[in-house]
Design a protein around this ligand. Structure first.
Ligand code: PEP
Ligand code: MN
Length: 337
């Protein structure tokens, strides 16, 4: 971090600033030019409040040279992280598809779709038990009962399961869940992220509806700072002025995140578009630009789905997408060489 001082700074205020910085165990490198004085900070500046320093009378501006995320930063961990979910690996060249309905609706539905997506090439099974809905009057999910049914589907299909947690108090029900999903609306639920950091379980972290990539990585950092390094990022589209699609899929984030972090990154073309016929082109585009996997909503009867039917694929349509994606994987972007 570099602090640029105003001309002729008040000596007493400067001394106060320097002793405060030293008290944070930071090395200090002063560079005094004809008109400008710079203070270079050496060491871990992740705890330094930039805004506070910027607000001081003697300070012209403050610049961060290094990103505030350490554990998630590719600079300190150049090799790609491979997250291993009971033998299913994601990242570092391992591409996987997570598929399943938006929500768990019944035992028959959840077990049938599990078998269908498995046959079509999915390696992990998703289904929402606790559902974050915009309306309190909409189907809220089967909750604990839904998790039990997902575990039944795991038993019959052999697929590890991914499901969303909405609140710390629900975590005891997630003990046998293979991957815990943090939904877009909870990306900055910092207390939840801290709690997930204490678990030894992979976390699928979805990008917030209006979050920058740095905020996204800082949320991953919350989980990793607690000791849980198994974080999978998921780009699921962001809010823009466009209303023709549910969200706007930020595909540029994939190669960009790959240059910023070693964590695996998957794409959810279902929530990103909200429209079933857009899932295939966006899934292909995501694979082409280097995503480590996909999360796709699949329902046995989309027109009668209790949630997100308009974006859900039938098992047949999902099979077609999975095959098309596999065919282009050898040509996908592998990063700058
Ligand atoms: C989901 O995956 O079921 C979901 C609610 O997605 P998001 O958090 O991305 O809206
Ligand atoms: Mn959904």
């Amino acid at each position: 971090m570099v602090i640029i001082l105003k001309n002729n700074p008040d000596q007493k205020q400067l001394d106060n600033l320097l002793s405060w910085l030293k008290s944070m165990n930071l090395g200090i490198h002063m560079s005094e030019g004809a008109n400008t004085t710079l203070i270079g900070l050496i060491g871990d500046t992740s705890g330094v409040d930039m805004e506070l320093i910027n607000a001081l009378d003697i300070v012209e501006t403050v610049k961060r040279i290094q990103e505030p995320y350490k554990n998630a930063n590719k600079k300190f961990h150049p090799d790609s992280t491979v997250v291993d979910i009971s033998g299913v690996k994601i990242g570092g060249g391992n591409f996987q598809i997570i598929a399943g309905p938006c929500s768990v609706e019944s035992k028959d539905q959840i077990c049938q779709v599990a078998m269908d997506v498995k046959a079509a090439g999915a390696a992990l099974y998703r289904g929402g038990a606790f559902k974050p809905r915009t309306s309190p009057y909409a189907f809220q999910g089967m909750r604990e009962e839904g998790i039990k049914l997902l575990l039944e589907a795991k038993k019959v299909s052999g697929l590890p399961i991914v499901t969303e947690v909405m609140d710390i108090s629900h975590l005891p029900s997630f003990e046998q869940v293979d991957v815990i999903q943090v939904g877009a609306r909870n990306m900055q639920n910092f207390e939840l992220l801290k709690e997930l950091g204490t678990l030894k379980k992979p976390i699928l972290l979805k990008r917030g509806l209006s979050s920058t990539l740095q905020e996204f990585l800082m949320s991953a950092e919350y989980i990793m700072a607690g000791g849980n390094e198994d974080v999978i990022l998921c780009e699921r589209g962001i809010r823009t002025f466009e209303t023709a699609t549910r969200n706007t899929l930020d595909l540029a984030s994939i190669p960009l995140l790959k240059s910023m972090t070693h964590l695996p990154i998957i794409v959810d073309p279902s929530h990103a578009t909200g429209i079933a016929k857009l899932v295939k082109p966006m899934a292909l585009a995501a694979a082409a630009c280097g995503a480590d996997g996909l999360m796709i909503e699949v329902h046995n009867d989309p027109t009668h789905a209790l949630c997100d039917g308009a974006q859900s694929l039938t098992p047949e349509a999902f099979k077609d997408v999975a095959e098309a994606v596999r065919a282009i994987l050898p040509y996908s972007f592998k990063g700058d060489r």
